[in-house]
Design a protein around this ligand. Structure first.
Ligand SMILES: *Cc1c(COP(=O)(O)O)cnc(C)c1O
Length: 460
């Protein structure tokens, strides 16, 4: 889950402006692409209302309809006695919810979120409306902020990725996606006609950015070890080398590194390719709720100070500068990050990363020993294996699936005991799924390569 995205000057590839549409231009084909994220909605195509699911069949299992289990909001009563009842009702809803969160946290394996933390010391701050709106480095006239924590966290990351204090700019975002949106926006501002190049297995937020900014976007083929879902890492050095070989000087491209998960893992893996601003990159982003383990979504973006001036505008009524994607910004998140980084330090993260890689190797070995096709990319703690045949089982363990594969992301809270429990349950269930020979394990050769597939065809 470390991808790089390049923006090249447009003229290097193509510089024509289309004035007339070709005769065989098919607007429906355009629609199909543009509308893909809103499956299930009715759209007008060529004057006809069509349902996207019918028209463009997809193998996507959407989540449950939330309206079968929502908690209604009712008007407060005039009468105090009944209000007491309502208080009791609200308290019981919350108590039940807390219990279910505890249970669901226990059975979670599929998303790269570290659920192991204790931020009890920060609960005293929940009574404040902390908001870092505007630029982290320019105090606004809203003074209930946490910029002192935010800048401390940014310094820590700038140091990790080797950019001088006087040369970086950055901020704490709402999530890894916002980091990508910002990095790509800066790239677009540096090269207004630039083309976005990204691995076709990049996280979907990269293509969302291309749509939002109406950028021309080229998807680059990948090896079958892939990126986001399979936990692979784009080789930054090869990307830079290819650009140089094609004759691009460093001032003619902008590379944004999407390090949502691996941005904080890779620096601590021996022999891993290094992401550093000593190389010609423009920005790096990481999610704060993934490896760090923040209880609310957040992220960090670091870019070069010189670039951000192209983007920012002064806003009089904030008395600050607008260089962020969002206006109001969560002021609690920086404090959680600051607390966690302070307590763990670079050495703490290194230990956690090593533990995760060890446990992932152990788990992958167990799967293969049990006859289950599995793959683990070097440098990664994301174990890819055949998709379980039962959606309930997938739901229980909250596995992320794509086609015939599922993955488990081994985070610091995923212990050997948890992996063993999962494996035992999987092995037991498989025996039942394949008992009468009607079902066969999925073939995952096209997802991960024949060598890692243990379906009936590739077993030998
Ligand atoms: C998770 C992830 C993202 C998105 O991050 P969010 O914090 O969920 O918005 C982007 N890119 C990669 C590679 C990721 O793993």
């Amino acid at each position: 889950m470390f991808g790089s995205v390049d923006v090249l000057p447009h003229d290097s590839i193509t510089n024509g402006i289309v004035e007339q549409l070709p005769a065989d231009f098919d607007p429906a084909a355009l629609f199909k692409d543009l509308l893909s994220p809103i499956i299930g909605e009715d759209v007008i195509v060529n004057g006809e209302s069509q349902n996207i699911t019918e028209k463009y069949e997809r193998k996507i299992v959407l989540g449950r309809n939330i309206h079968t289990m929502f908690l209604e909001i009712t008007e407060p009563d005039m009468d105090d006695e009944v209000t007491g009842e309502k208080e009791a009702y609200i308290a019981s809803v919350l108590a039940k919810y807390k219990k279910s969160l505890t249970e669901k946290t226990k059975y979670h394996l599929g998303y790269p979120y570290n659920l192991d933390f204790d931020y009890g010391a920060l609960s005293q701050l929940q009574h404040f409306s902390i908001n870092n709106l505007g630029d982290p480095f320019i105090e606004s006239n809203y003074r209930v902020h946490s910029r002192q924590f935010e800048v401390g966290v940014l310094d820590w990351f700038a140091h990790l990725w080797e950019l001088e204090k006087s040369q970086y700019w950055g901020y704490i975002t709402n999530c890894g996606t916002e980091g990508n949106l910002h990095g790509i926006l800066v790239g677009r501002e540096v090269f207004p006609d630039g083309i976005l190049y990204a691995s076709q297995e990049s996280h979907y937020s990269v293509f969302k950015a291309a749509r939002m900014y109406r950028m021309e976007c080229v998807k680059v083929d990948t090896l079958c070890s892939g990126t986001t879902v399979k936990g692979a890492v784009d080789d930054l050095d090869v990307v830079i080398k290819k650009l140089e070989e094609a004759g691009f000087s460093h001032d003619r491209f902008y590379i944004h590194c999407d390090g949502a998960l691996f941005g904080l893992m890779l620096p601590f893996v021996k022999h891993a390719p290094k992401v550093t601003f000593k190389k010609p990159i423009g920005s790096v982003s990481v999610s704060g709720h993934k490896f760090v383990g923040c209880p609310m979504p957040c992220g960090v973006l670091i870019t070069r100070l010189e670039h951000v001036n192209a983007l920012s505008r002064n806003v009089e009524y904030l008395a600050s500068r607008d260089a962020t994607i969002m206006g109001s910004r969560n002021g609690h998140a920086p404090i959680f990050l600051w607390y966690s980084l302070n307590r763990k330090g670079y050495r703490g993260f290194q230990k956690e990363v090593q533990k995760c890689l060890r446990n992932a190797h152990y788990f992958k070995g167990c799967l293969v020993d049990a006859g289950i096709g599995a793959m683990l990319n070097e440098l990664s703690s994301t174990v890819v294996f055949e998709r379980p045949h039962d959606e309930e089982f997938i739901r229980k363990w909250q596995l992320a699936c794509q086609g015939n594969i599922a993955h488990v992301v081994v985070m610091p809270n995923v212990t050997i005991k948890k992996l063993d429990d999962f494996l035992n349950e999987l092995v037991m269930n498989r025996a039942a799924w394949f008992e009468d020979g009607k079902n066969q394990p999925y073939c995952i050769a096209s997802d991960v390569g024949e060598n890692y597939c243990l379906c009936s065809l590739h077993r030998s």
